[in-house]
Structures are given as structure tokens and as C-alpha cells.
Design a binder for this molecule. Sequence first.
Ligand code: SF4
Ligand code: SF4
Length: 259
Amino acid sequence: MPKTALPFTYTEKGLNCFLKSFPQNFGMVKPAKLTKKEESELCLACGECCKRYWITVLPEEATKIARVLNKPKKDFLENDCILQVKLFPKSTPGVLTFPSTFFPKRIFELLKKNGAGNQQSFFVVPQVVLKREEKTVFNFIEKRTKTEKRNACLFLSPENMCAIYEARPEPCKLFPFIAMPGLREQYPFCALFQQTNKNLSVESKIYYQKIQTYFRKIDNFGFDFVWRSPPKKGVLFLNETQIGEIALDELKLMMPKNN
Ligand code: SF4
Ligand code: SF4
């Protein structure tokens, strides 16, 4: 499984700062608006964005994707998605913040092995992401002259087409105009990023607000309530580094007050 976690970093502090300071900090009062046509002309459809990142799915997006795939949402979540849990050390109380004493021994040992055994509490970020798998795809950057083996989104075809295009999640639609300041520099591979001065989009702000609401809902009502039938297992991150795997049952123990 790929270890790349960027481009979407949802720390509680980061989200709050971002939403408070938007748009003044990013020169977005009068954004340079590219039309969809201009954007699609600049985008090489290289599929690099689908090959590099885990894609977050929100509950309403899962409903739409399941409909397009013509399968029950439960099947989509079970077969096409996994859990992605990110842990960020945190010393003050807040949304989705839990003491490490609640964590199962196996998770605690993983944290210890990765230098976070002394941390008393963590901001726990539980998400559902699209599965990724190794596949043979065209290397579009080298002008489609050769194929290559890449780890990529389950729904990316060898020709770099999206199998769920009309229902693709919001991060896919917003890329590369989604990352918070300081992160966009990590997209040198993206022709659309390189060829425009457009900064973070207004739509991205709306998306981050949705993410914030999603976290608050989980904090208030529980992960199971928000998802009903979430994937049973997935990957565990400490900050932005993948450190192992995690089961849904372990996640529930880590967030006792909301399950
Ligand atoms: S990486 Fe950039 S140029 Fe390539 S498909 Fe994604 S948005 Fe388009
Ligand atoms: S859902 Fe579609 S657009 Fe999004 S990463 Fe997967 S293949 Fe790419």
C-alpha cells in the first residue's frame, strides 16, 4: 500500500486556521477564474493525481458512487474502500481528541516503535478512502509511449480514465486547487498547476467546511452512526507517515465516548 498521504492534511488546528484566514491570506478576494474549458485544456489528463494519493470519501459521496456502480452502498464500502486513520499528538482537549490510555495494546506498541509512546493524547482522524491497487497504466508524462506498473486508485483505467467520473469525490474534482498553502509546491508533476497562477479555489473552502462538519458529526454521534457500515480495516498513520494497519474494532476502542 502506498505511504503517500498528502495532499490533504486535516489537522484540527490546520482546518480552523485555514477557515478563519480564508480568503485574505491567499490573495483570493478576486480569484483569477479559469473556465472549466481552460482548465481542461491545461490538464494533460496524465492521471498522476489518481496515482499518487489516497482519496477521501464523504458519506453522501459514497451514496452517489454506489449508485453509479449500481451496487448497495454497503458493498461499495466493504469492497472498494478502506479505513484511513491518522493520529496527531495533541496536548489540549478538543474535537476527536482521545487519551492514548484508551488505545489497544497493539496500536500503543506501534506508536512506541515510531517514537510516540510518550504522547498522552491524540487527535484521531478517521476517514474512509478509495482502495488503491497495483496496475499497469500508460505513462502519459512520457507521451503514452510506454506502460508502467503503478499503485493507483481502484477506479483508474489503464488509459487514465475514471470509471466513476460523474460521481468522483470532491478532492478529485478540485485537484490541484485544493491544497493548503505550502503544499501546492509538491505538485511539480501537474501541468495544470504549473501553467496557471490560480490559487486555492473557493470550492476548496466549501469542501474544507464539509470536512469540518464531518469531523464534528463523528465527534458528536460516533463513526458508526455517520457511516452505518464502514470498512472493517485499513491503514494507520502517525502524522503523515503510514505506520501500520488498523481494524474498525480497534478504532472504536480508541474513540470510546462516541461509539
Ligand atoms: S496531475 Fe494535474 S495535469 Fe495530470 S491529470 Fe491531474 S490535474 Fe491534470
Ligand atoms: S475516483 Fe477517479 S478521479 Fe478520483 S482518483 Fe480515482 S480514478 Fe482518479
